[in-house]
Write a protein that binds this ligand. Structure first.
Ligand SMILES: [Fe+2]
Length: 223
C-alpha cells in the first residue's frame, strides 16, 4: 500500500472518530509484538502494520454524530456503526488491496469467538486469525488508553483489562489469542507500549510501516 495514502487515511480516521495518533501507534505496536511472538514472517509485517493502523477505516463512512455521540446509542445507530467493517473492506478493495491479512483484519475485527460479534456473526476459526488476534489488542487498548472523551484510567487499568480479557476467553475472544497476549503482558513485554504516548505528550503522526518497525525494534531490545 502507498505509505502516503496510508498516512492520509490514518489521520482522517483519527479526526473522525475522536481517536488519537497514540491509539494508532499502540495498536500497531501491540500487533507487531503479537505477530513476532506468533512467528509471522518479517515480509508480512508491513502489511500487518497497515492493517492495524487502518482497522477502522470504515468509520470514514459512519456519520460523525453517531461516532461521537455521548451516552448510549439507539439500536438503529448501533446498526449503522456495525457496518464499519463492511465499508472498510469495500474501501480496501476499491484501493486494490489484495493482501488477505489487511482485508481480513479490517473486515472481521469485531467478530467474536462465540459468534455474537458483528457484522457477520462468524464463530471460532471461521474468523481469520489476523482478526482474532487483533480483537484482543483493540479491546485492551480501548480499556487502557486515555481518550479525549474519557476520564483518566486508573493505574491498575491494565491489570483489570487483562483479567477482563481473560474472562472473555472462549466467549468474546479466541483462547489462544488471549493466552498469547496475557503471557506477553505477564513477561513485561508490553509495558513500554502501554505507556507509549499514554501520558498526554505530543504524538507524531503515524507515518509508515518502516518507521513503526524501527520504533518496535529499537524499544523491544530494551525489554
Ligand atoms: Fe472497529
Amino acid at each position: 500500500m502507498d505509505p502516503v495514502r496510508v498516512q492520509q487515511l490514518v489521520k482522517a480516521i483519527e479526526g473522525k472518530d475522536l481517536s488519537t495518533a497514540a491509539h494508532t501507534w499502540r495498536v500497531v505496536l501491540y500487533t507487531l509484538a503479537m505477530a513476532e511472538e506468533a512467528g509471522v514472517a518479517a515480509e508480512r509485517m508491513q502489511e500487518l502494520t497497515h492493517a492495524a493502523a487502518l482497522h477502522d477505516v470504515g468509520k470514514l463512512d459512519t456519520p460523525r454524530e453517531i461516532l461521537t455521540k455521548p451516552g448510549r446509542l439507539t439500536g438503529e445507530e448501533f446498526e449503522v456503526i456495525q457496518q464499519h467493517p463492511v465499508s472498510g473492506f469495500a474501501r480496501m478493495v476499491a484501493m486494490d488491496v489484495e493482501d488477505p491479512l489487511v482485508l481480513d483484519l479490517v473486515r472481521f475485527h469485531h467478530e467474536r469467538w462465540d459468534g455474537k460479534g458483528y457484522p457477520y456473526g462468524y464463530a471460532g476459526e471461521e474468523i481469520p486469525a489476523a482478526a482474532r488476534y487483533f480483537a484482543v489488542v483493540d479491546t485492551f487498548d480501548a480499556m487502557t488508553s486515555h481518550r479525549p472523551y474519557r476520564h483518566e484510567v486508573g493505574e491498575d487499568a491494565a491489570e483489570r483489562a487483562i483479567e477482563e480479557i481473560k474472562r472473555g476467553a472462549g466467549t468474546h475472544h479466541a483462547p489462544e489469542a488471549v493466552e498469547m497476549f496475557a503471557e506477553l503482558y505477564r513477561k513485561g513485554r508490553l509495558t513500554w507500549i502501554l505507556h507509549y504516548f499514554n501520558d498526554g505528550d505530543d504524538v507524531p503522526e503515524f507515518s509508515h510501516a518502516e518507521e513503526a518497525d524501527r520504533v518496535f525494534r529499537r524499544r523491544r531490545r530494551r525489554v
